[in-house]
Design a protein around this ligand. Sequence first.
Ligand SMILES: Cc1cc2nc3c(=O)[nH]c(=O)nc-3n(C[C@H](O)[C@H](O)[C@H](O)COP(=O)(O)OP(=O)(O)OC[C@H]3O[C@@H](n4cnc5c(N)ncnc54)[C@H](O)[C@@H]3O)c2cc1C
Length: 387
Amino acid sequence: MDFELSEEQRLFRDTIRDFVAKEIEPVASEWEATDRYPTEIVEGLKEMGLFGMMIPEEYGGLDLDFVTYAMVFEELAKSWHGVAGTLGSHSLACKIISVHGTEEQKQKYLPDLATGKRRSGIGLTEPEAGSDLQGIKTTAKLDGDHYVINGTKTWITNARYADPLPVLVKTDPSASPAHKGMSLILVEAGTPGFTVSKDLPKLGYKGTESCEVSLVDVRVPKENLIGGVEGRGMQQVLGALETGRINVAARALGVAQRAYDEALQYSRDRHAFGQPISEFQAIQIKLADMATKIQAARLLINWSASRADAGGRVDMEAGMAKLYAAEIGVEVTLDAMRIHGGYGYSKEFVIERLYREAPLSVIGEGTSDIMRMVIARGLISGKDVIG
Ligand SMILES: Cc1cc2nc3c(=O)[nH]c(=O)nc-3n(C[C@H](O)[C@H](O)[C@H](O)COP(=O)(O)OP(=O)(O)OC[C@H]3O[C@@H](n4cnc5c(N)ncnc54)[C@H](O)[C@@H]3O)c2cc1C
């Protein structure tokens, strides 16, 4: 296992860091506070080709390795978690189409998704079903050469920009087990009956929209069924969430790393009882624990990403990386707040924002409880952690 980045990965990271320093950092706190959509930043992400991270080169993408992909999310989230969100579920959708799409679907969508001319997201969660995706109620009935879709999706990131949006539906609601009757269908923006019905106000992860989406008698050509065969939707989704969780873990890591960096600097600058607070053992213990947890999370992420690069499924590895990085993200941002004292609670310091941005990672793309189930399933089936 190689713990060092290659020269190429290092150069790529420097490019991202440079962009973040110039284009995101100066506006992040102000735009986050007003929940302003980061239009100009998205244009920059397009220019760097980042919307094509998960798309093969033959369709115009960067086809990045997973270690570099994780690094991109870490660097963006260090500055603004919400901006990383514009790329997260988009990349997941690109992966699904790249791996499972028909050749016609790939030709039609991937080149524009790679440049960001088209954007995407993923429509899984419903008001009454999140972890339990087999409990979704959205249906798609074949009527001639069209599917007619009815249902409601919620918490859909990028909903206002997604074109197309892959939507998880039941094409056979009577199937048992339920996943055998589930499919993913690409719904294009502007299709009659497809409406973004509401924006959901939220704690953090601002800038990028999270919406409820309503589908009423939405007629979609049957060619939009991903892969062209019904009943494969759950497999397609689980295959994408597997590596999607590497990006969620990397975002949690970015938020934690930034909180630690801020806390370390603050502890050097802030004086109490005649000395910098970094001289107090209570502060040193916090800093040591924070840095160790962060580095352990980074190693888990790089390990799962390296295994993904080597091929094969990494549900367990990505589950471990996401579980750990998300949980320590919450702990580290709270410790960073403690180190800042009252200033950590003030909106004038970035810690307050990081503290609000951390918890999403323990929920999105599978809660920590679900991660533990995924990990245990891998262990029980005999998957080896040591390799
Ligand atoms: C900001 C944000 C953005 C999101 N973006 C998207 C998106 O783009 N697309 C999308 O489809 N979804 C999105 N989601 C939804 C997210 O994936 C779900 O919220 C998440 O999967 C949890 O589902 P739920 O909210 O229905 O919670 P529930 O499934 O109702 O879970 C509630 C609690 O029960 C626990 N639980 C449930 N089942 C079990 C079990 N079997 N064993 C043990 N504990 C269990 C959970 O861990 C949790 O603690 C987003 C959510 C947020 C907050």
